[in-house]
Design a protein around this ligand. Structure first.
Ligand code: VG1
Ligand code: CO
Length: 541
């Protein structure tokens, strides 16, 4: 065991989901080691600790895993469980932590950010419930990282983590496991695989785009092998260190191949994609896009058709910028709906306390109490189970939902890599106007409230401030401004816009058209173009 002197890094502050930086930043001497030591210090693990380690297979994953194992051994961890070749999707890692009663896990991923030598790398710590470390833990990690003067590492040759089996590293046992088996078994306990198999055998055609990220092996095993979908249903199935040069973000812009196929002639009945680390999902029907906020509401409204949720839902939670569609389902079901800040870590307490069963974010994230992360393939299987039970098209399921509950028109505009100072000034400019907004008219609608969202966690009483600027209208419409906490270059401004339309005769508009007055009002209010030099978003969802 070696004790290595290090200098603290002041930029090692985890964002919405772990620490994300350019690969080159992580390759600086001692940078990764410093952060891992900070995690291990903050984790305060017991003497017989078990740690799960894995990642999304992106560039630098393999090297980083060896360093993490050597440091875990040197810091007294007794047992490490590692995905074969260092691969574990985020939901599979969450499941392994819970299944094996590990004390925590280190997940290597920058999720939907591009990879490769010039792309991004990331690392996050999950706690014993399988979920992302809560804010009180990430705050300690950042403090430690900024004050460390040394780290501990075991001098050892790289372990052969390509083979399933057990190795010894100093005083630590390293168990290399198949990354898919336990996760696939969990999915079989939740969904009616027999009914989905029948659907897939009935001429129903689907496409799953793994975007050369981590879900390929999971989707092949579950969709093609266990559910009998034809070989080739899963495309871009090999995880590649640079995601094949793509941007593994399942949205209408970056998953364009899938979108083209789903909107083309002879489109499959169902299309889906996941992101770098397998926790996001985009769902499409033939020539039809399902807004993630609607998806959460539809899963909730149909949950009792799915075996794992047949007993009903305890409650629903959604992030603040996610549309209110799920709230309407919760009201109809007579269950609670919680509104949390952006980021899965805020759902953990509610799930642990049994207050909610389903959670979702507008950013293509949906999940449940089966793990403590959002889960891309789980959402795909949930949709397939509903379609198998209802034998209706994706579009019909969504349209019927709107008819019953009304439609929450929704869009998110992302402006990526904006000058960081200009972005912060824009947010301040909106904030300064907020107090005077209530009672005034914008976009032909009366502003009811305007605030900076704060969250009081009902379970542990912690408070999180500055979680997004909201402008809420009398009609129920909302405009929200927020800065991303996952980007690595400049700032990403997210503008979220929502309106509510109860009348089915008016459910056929394009969301951009329906929301245009609010979008224009948001752009004018924030003085957007003048302040950022941007006239159109990088990504529209
Ligand atoms: C984004 C999404 C947020 C999500 C987070 C992590 O955060 O908006 O909903 O939880 O990414 O997802 P931000 O701060 O950039 O808006 V993942 O799949 O990148 O771990
Ligand atoms: Co992700």
């Amino acid at each position: 065991m070696r004790v290595v002197p290090t200098t603290p890094f002041l930029d090692q502050r985890p964002g919405t989901s772990g620490l994300r930086k350019r690969v080159g930043v992580f390759q600086q001497p001692h940078y990764l080691e410093n952060f891992v030591q900070a995690i291990l210090d903050a984790a305060a693990l017991p003497s017989d600790a078990t740690l799960v380690v894995g990642g999304d297979g992106r560039y630098h994953n393999r090297e980083a895993i060896q360093v993490i194992l050597q440091m875990a051994a040197a810091n007294g961890v007794r047992h490490a469980i590692v995905g074969q070749n260092g691969i574990l999707s985020t939901p599979a890692a969450s499941h392994l932590i819970r299944l094996r009663k590990a004390n925590g896990g280190i997940i290597l991923s920058a999720s939907h950010n591009p990879g490769g030598p010039d792309g991004d790398f990331g690392i996050k710590y999950n706690v014993a419930n399988g979920g992302p470390a809560p804010e009180n833990v990430t705050a300690v990690i950042a403090e430690r990282a900024a004050s460390l003067t040394e780290y501990r590492i075991e001098d050892s040759a790289d372990l052969p983590i390509g083979d399933v089996g057990t190795h010894q590293l100093g005083g630590m046992r390293v168990e290399v496991v198949d990354p898919v088996t336990d996760y696939a078994a969990l999915m079989e306990t939740l969904f009616d695989f027999g009914a989905i198999r029948q659907l897939l055998a009935s001429g129903f055609r689907m496409r799953f785009d793994a975007m050369h990220a981590v879900t390929g092996p999971y989707a092949r095993e579950i969709l093609e092998r266990r559910l009998g979908a034809p070989a080739g249903t899963v495309v871009r199935a090999e995880p590649l260190p640079d995601f094949g040069g793509g941007h593994p973000d399942p949205n209408l812009t970056y998953a364009h191949d899938l979108v083209e196929e789903m909107f083309g002639a002879n489109a499959p009945d169902f299309g889906a994609a996941s992101d770098g680390d397998g926790d996001r999902n985009m769902v499409l029907g033939a020539r039809f896009f399902v807004s993630p906020s609607d998806s959460l509401a539809i899963l909730a409204a149909n949950a009792t058709r799915v075996p794992g949720y047949a007993a009903g839902l305890a409650g629903i939670a959604r992030s603040m910028p996610t549309s209110g569609a799920a709230d309407r389902v919760a009201a109809a079901l007579g269950i609670a709906c919680f509104e949390t800040p952006t980021g899965w870590k805020f759902f953990g307490n509610l799930l642990d306390a049994g207050r909610v069963t389903l959670c979702g974010e507008e950013s293509f994230g949906t999940g449940s109490n089966h793990v403590r992360e959002k889960d891309g393939l789980w959402a795909v299987l949930f949709w397939l189970n509903i379609l198998a039970a209802r034998r209706e098209s994706v579009e019909l399921v969504v349209r019927e939902h709107w008819q019953r509950f009304g439609r929450n028109y929704y869009t998110r505009h992302d402006y990526e890599e904006v000058d960081a100072i200009a972005a912060r000034a824009l947010i301040e400019h909106v904030r300064e106007q907020q107090a005077a907004l209530p009672g005034t008219t914008l976009a032909g609608d009366i502003v009811q409230t305007a605030d900076d969202f704060s969250y009081l966690d009902p379970i542990d009483g912690s408070v999180s401030h500055h979680q997004g600027l909201r402008i809420v209208f009398a009609s129920g419409a909302r405009i929200i401004f927020r800065l991303s906490g996952t980007g690595t270059a400049g700032a990403t401004i997210r503008l979220y816009v929502e309106s509510y339309e109860p009348d089915p005769a008016r459910h056929d508009l394009d969301a951009q058209v329906a929301l245009a007055p609010y979008i224009e009002a948001a752009m004018a209010l924030s003085d957007f173009v003048a302040r950022t030099g941007r006239t159109s978003p990088t990504v529209i969802t």
